[in-house]
Design a protein around this ligand. Structure first.
Ligand SMILES: Nc1ncnc2c1ncn2[C@@H]1O[C@H](COP(=O)(O)OP(=O)(O)O)[C@@H](O)[C@H]1O
Ligand SMILES: [Mg+2]
Length: 234
């Protein structure tokens, strides 16, 4: 039986494993990000979150397993993501230090200064358009990176630890921004609280293995999740 397009719509990961030599960074991870949904991936440090993100971006080729976009096999390549309607921010910031804030966003929208300014405004950093990123506080630089990811109006936005290095108030603002997005979001994040409030579904990884998948309410009461997080601080 052929699945209807709606059943296949969005990004699908099917039993993805990644081995780095003898280290198993991901072990049979399956996931679906349906249109308009926000899906979180959480787990302690070293759980494999960034590796999963890198698989979707094409920075890491899985040892086994497959990806699909709208039911069609996907072999992601970093330079082809934009053409597929996928954009990303990286862990940290990753702006060009020699370009102004506006020029950094224009890299993703050549010849469209109005759109670049609108994306900056939307992320609350319009007034910084003429500044060099190095002159801005870290939280504002992260917003510029988000504006650069949003300017192409992606259908799927990939965020790796967007809350990393932010204070509580800044995380609240990030939460509002993520909630205002209409595209699908794959949110890889260490911060349980942020993920619990913005995500429709959450995958929990521990040492590369999927240990839980469900709604925030389900994850909050999951014993394996509690064990993994308590284990991480013990
Ligand atoms: N390129 C790499 N080569 C070897 N090991 C790696 C590489 N990238 C990540 N790892 C290892 O894979 C595991 C998962 O790392 P990572 O995906 O960065 O975790 P997280 O983002 O959840 O903190 C860690 O043990 C890490 O040291
Ligand atoms: Mg990481």
């Amino acid at each position: 039986m052929t699945a209807s397009p709606s059943e296949n719509a969005g990004l699908t990961l099917d039993r993805i494993s990644v081995h780095f030599g003898g280290l198993v960074a991901l072990d049979g991870v399956s996931l679906r990000v349906a249109p308009g949904r926000t899906v979180g991936v959480i787990g302690p440090n070293g759980a494999g979150k960034t590796t999963l993100f890198n698989v979707v971006c094409g920075f890491v080729t899985p040892t086994s397993g497959s990806l699909a976009l709208d039911g069609r096999p996907l072999r992601p390549r970093p330079h082809r993501l934009a053409g597929l309607g996928i954009s990303r921010t990286l862990q940290g910031v990753g702006l060009f230090s020699g370009l102004t804030v506006l020029e950094n966003v224009l890299v993703a929208a050549p010849g469209s200064p109005e759109r670049a300014l609108a994306a900056l405004d939307r992320c609350g950093v319009g007034p910084c358009a003429g500044d060099l990123p190095g002159h801005l506080p870290y939280a504002l630089r992260k917003r510029v990176a988000l504006a650069r990811a949003l300017v192409s109006e992606p259908r799927l936005l990939l965020l790796d630890e967007p809350a990393g290095g932010l204070g509580a108030g800044e995380i609240d603002e990030l939460r509002e921004l993520i909630e205002s997005l209409s595209c699908s979001v794959l949110l890889v994040e260490h911060h349980m609280d942020l993920v619990m409030t913005v995500c429709d579904e959450i995958l929990v990884l521990d040492f590369g293995r999927p240990i839980a998948y469900g709604t925030p309410a389900e994850i909050r009461t999951d014993e394996a999740v509690a064990d993994a997080y308590l284990g991480a601080v013990a």
